[in-house]
Design a protein around this ligand. Structure first.
Ligand code: SF4
Length: 237
């Protein structure tokens, strides 16, 4: 049976509760890709497609010492860059995108990473997700919400988004979540997805938003865990 439809005030209270609970549970949440500036973050984010952040950080530790700026990626033969990023997977495609982005940055943006969504998504290999990472983390600009696989899954489980594609889910989230929360929200939800609300077998007992979650995938929570979680939240005993 589908879950009861919530009234607008009920949904707003749920959202406030979810935002507060995630903030309390993951105060350390931040971008996990090592970088020193917007350009390095752009390269790292392109490399992170279908690859773990840990693996990207291993590769960029060496990569960023060898390639200092966009011109350096254009100065080597494509095969050399492919070799340097090989272990992140899909390396031919990623090398082509990085070089294409570097060329555009050099030729059209004076060597600087553009600071608007409109210009960022013109770069090869950069769609809204990557652009949102760069805008939010490097420039502190909330122009959208990063929707990766974790955010997409959890936004649907927590009924914050109904859209069946990341693009549609982002629009739903932008309506549901106050703009001042957009940047931090993505980091916290990504961490929540990695640690707790996993794709398979989510760890529902002890989940910080278990009390408001009505997901189909929710695992049964033993009564003792529910009581402990309520006490942690300061609910009346
Ligand atoms: S209760 Fe379970 S399914 Fe719901 S958000 Fe928490 S971990 Fe995910």
């Amino acid at each position: 049976m589908p879950a009861k439809r919530l009234s607008r005030p009920e949904q707003e209270r749920r959202i406030d509760r979810i935002l507060a609970a995630l903030e309390a549970a993951y105060p350390e949440a931040r971008c996990a890709l090592d970088h020193a500036d917007a350009f390095q973050l752009l390269v790292a984010t392109i490399l992170s497609a279908q690859c773990t952040d840990e693996r990207v950080n291993v590769v960029t530790r060496t990569l960023f010492r060898k390639y200092r700026g966009p011109a350096d990626y254009l100065a080597v033969p494509p095969e050399e860059l492919e070799r340097d990023i090989r272990t992140t997977g899909f390396f031919r495609n990623k090398a082509r995108n990085i070089r294409g982005a570097c060329r555009m940055i050099v030729e059209e943006y004076g060597g600087q990473v553009p600071e608007t969504m409109e210009n960022l998504i013109r770069l090869p290999g950069v769609a809204r997700k990557t652009a949102n990472v760069v805008l939010g983390v490097a420039f502190g600009k909330a122009e959208g919400i990063v929707v990766d696989t974790h955010v997409f899954r959890i936004a649907r489980r927590l009924e914050l988004a109904a859209g069946r594609s990341p693009e549609k889910a982002e629009l739903d989230l932008m309506k549901a979540v106050p703009r001042k929360e957009w940047i931090g929200f993505s980091h916290r939800v990504i961490l929540h997805g990695r640690r707790t609300c996993r794709a398979r077998k989510p760890l529902c007992p002890g989940c910080p938003v278990e009390d408001v979650c009505r997901a189909r995938e929710k695992m049964p929570v033993p009564a003792a865990a529910k009581t402990a979680s309520a006490h942690r939240r300061g609910a009346p005993r």
